[in-house]
Design a protein around this ligand. Structure first.
Ligand SMILES: [Zn+2]
Length: 100
C-alpha cells in the first residue's frame, strides 16, 4: 500500500530508505517517512541523535561556528530562486539568526 501525502493527499512513491526508515516522495515534492515512527521511536531518535550527539563540546563548537553558518548560507543562496527561507524545525537556527 502506498501512503497518501500528509500535505496534499496524493499517492506517494518510495524515494529511498535510510537508517531503517522508508522515505516517500509525493508528486507535490514533499518527502516524508512512512510508516510514521511511534512516539517511543521518536523519543529514542531525538535522544540518540539530538541530546547525545549535539551536546558534545566538539559538536557544539562545530554547530555554532560562524564559518559553518556562512558556508550554509552560501550553499542555500546557490539554489534559491528568490524570496525568503522558511526553516521548519530543522535543527539549529544559527543560520537564520545570522540573516534574520
Ligand atoms: Zn503532496
Amino acid at each position: 500500500m502506498r501512503p497518501s501525502c500528509p500535505l496534499c493527499g496524493s499517492e506517494a512513491g518510495l524515494a529511498f530508505t535510510k537508517l531503517g526508515f522508508d522515505y516517500y516522495r509525493c508528486p507535490c515534492a514533499f518527502v516524508f517517512i512512512w510508516p510514521r515512527p511511534s512516539g517511543d521511536q521518536l523519543l529514542e531518535i531525538y535522544l540518540r541523535d539530538g541530546q547525545e550527539y549535539w551536546t558534545t563540546e566538539a559538536m557544539m563548537r562545530f554547530a555554532f561556528s560562524p564559518t559553518k553558518s556562512s558556508r550554509e548560507i552560501a550553499f542555500l543562496r546557490r539554489f534559491r530562486s528568490s524570496g525568503r527561507l522558511l526553516d521548519s524545525a530543522n535543527g539549529g537556527v544559527q543560520a537564520i539568526d545570522r540573516n534574520n
